[in-house]
Design a protein around this ligand. Structure first.
Ligand code: G6P
Length: 486
């Protein structure tokens, strides 16, 4: 049995496989911000093991054939169970709860179908806990990632009480009102699953204190008491109830914020590859000498792309002087298209952009250029030419785009930033901040950002970039690992 000292568990792995027509398997780097951040951090931990789920048929085939890369173990999880856990619970229930996305007159509905899916979510978390228990050396450090795996710390502690267990949440943590929409026994499982960890990490103090505030007494399953000290880390004191109805040992879970930032050198190097130069030339030809408002997101409900477009429309209506003088570059690449609500949202984004173009466009000016391709090079090119960055999520764990654009923009950019983004805590002083629901305020903010004098824009961009790079991925990971070891 292998014995790793440092283990990471995340739904998505650092690579994914594809099956050729001849049946051969090839590996390529997996996508997403969590993956690139963690990959960079783990590059400095050569002996670490990353446990992830097989996401596709090709991934599962690789597991069955015993194909693997060093430092990675993929779990072959039954596809139906995986779909229930990932789409049915993680993305449809936990994501919606933490981002406050429910359309409350109709949702959520916790019925027998929900219970069936929840059982899959539990089994999927247990599969991760078993694999970690098998692979971990005595006293090893395990860093579990995100809402997909919220029950892993508790399940793993039962199997391996010797391990040092950390968990990091990349999303917001829901306010108590939203958490308490969950059935009481489910919320209790979620809380106790998380409290299996020695340390819990969040991007911001707001998400951390939401967790601490939400994890209060639950006499049916044990006692947990929120702990907000005057100095030092917050946390939760707890005693879990054992199967025979007695309270187990008293434990303490420390809760800390680790605001993930970007690696300036790496990002600038990526943004100046020849491929990006090529895309930049193409975009410049399309935009001409007009100003740019740039946004880059997964087509994700929480990103608030529709209200962003409505604000741009209001800008062009209220400030006709910008007509013909600005272009909105909106990258909204597909995400979670297995879920109907995401497919509908993606269609609505394209429709609204087309309406704006029909309403205001002229022969030589297209007001909105939407790109639905997941084209990282084009996004980086857009970053470089951004005059204004629009980051207006209704609620977001951090939002790294808000941190990346100031680092890469060539002429300095004005950042229009939602109060709902985790990045707001660190960047608010130099951003033009907006209530994400207030379209009129957002339109006014776009106008202010477009009109910001050059020297002020340059000064603010410098400070935004400094704040954005305060805790790059490798340091973010190291900080959690050394706290866990201490
Ligand atoms: C969020 C989550 C990440 C996830 C990413 C992409 O940022 O916090 O864990 O990797 O979304 O979502 P996906 O469902 O495509 O993995």
């Amino acid at each position: 049995m292998a014995a790793s000292q440092v283990l990471v568990a995340a739904n998505r792995g650092p690579l994914s496989y594809s099956l050729g027509t001849d049946g051969s398997l090839s590996a390529r780097r997996g996508g997403g911000g969590l993956v690139s951040g963690l990959s960079a951090a783990l590059a400095r931990q050569p002996d670490a093991l990353w446990i992830c789920a097989a996401l596709s048929d090709a991934d599962r085939e690789a597991v069955r054939r015993g194909v693997s890369e060093p430092g990675v173990r993929m779990l072959d999880i039954d596809p139906t169970m995986y779909d229930d856990a990932y789409n049915g619970i993680a993305n449809s229930v936990l994501w919606f709860t933490h981002h406050h996305l429910y359309d409350v007159p109709r949702e959520p509905v916790f019925d027998a179908e929900f219970r069936r899916r929840w059982a899959s979510y539990v089994a999927y978390n247990e599969a991760f806990a078993r694999a970690l228990a098998e692979e971990a050396a005595p006293g090893a450090c395990v860093l579990v990632q995100d809402y997909h795996l919220a029950l892993v710390p508790g399940a793993l502690r039962e199997l391996r009480p010797d391990l040092r267990i950390g968990h990091f949440t990349h999303t917001p943590w829901a306010s108590r009102e939203f958490l308490e929409m969950l059935p009481a026994d489910i919320l209790s499982q979620l809380t106790w699953g998380m409290l299996g960890a020695d340390r819990l990490g969040f991007h911001t103090s707001t998400w951390a204190s939401n967790f601490v505030g939400g994890a209060t007494r639950d006499d049916a399953h044990g006692i947990a008491d929120a702990f907000f000290p005057r100095n030092g880390a917050a946390g939760v004191h707890h005693r879990r109830m054992t199967a025979d109805g007695r309270y187990g040992e008293k434990r303490f879970t420390e809760v800390t914020e680790y605001p993930l930032g970007v690696d300036a050198d790496e990002l600038r190097a990526l943004a100046h590859r020849p491929e990006v130069d090529g895309k930049l030339a193409e975009l410049r030809a399309e935009v001409g000498d007009r100003r740019t408002i740039v946004r880059v997101d997964r087509t994700e409900l929480s990103k608030n792309i529709l209200r962003g477009l409505l604000a741009y429309r209001e800008l062009l209506t209220v400030h006709p002087e910008w007509r013909g003088r600005v272009v909105h570059l909106a990258s909204a690449y597909p995400s979670r298209q297995d879920l109907k609500v995401y497919r509908d949202y993606t269609a609505a984004v394209s429709e609204l952009a087309a309406e704006i173009n029909a309403e205001f466009g002229t022969e030589d000016w297209q007001p909105v250029l939407v790109s639905v391709q997941d084209d990282f090079a084009r996004s980086l090119a857009a970053y470089r030419m951004a005059d204004v960055a629009l980051v207006n999520p209704v609620r977001d764990g951090m939002n790294l785009v808000a941190k990346e654009i100031p680092v890469v923009s060539e002429a300095g950019c004005a950042l229009v930033l939602s109060t709902g983004a985790g990045a707001y805590e660190e960047l608010r002083a130099d951003a033009v901040t907006v209530n994400p629901y207030d379209v009129t305020e957002t339109a006014a903010a776009l106008h202010a950002a477009l009109s910001m004098p050059e020297p002020e824009r340059a000064e603010r961009t410098k400070r935004l970039a400094a704040a954005a790079t305060a805790l790059p991925p490798a340091a973010w990971f190291e900080a959690q690992l050394s706290a866990l070891r201490a």
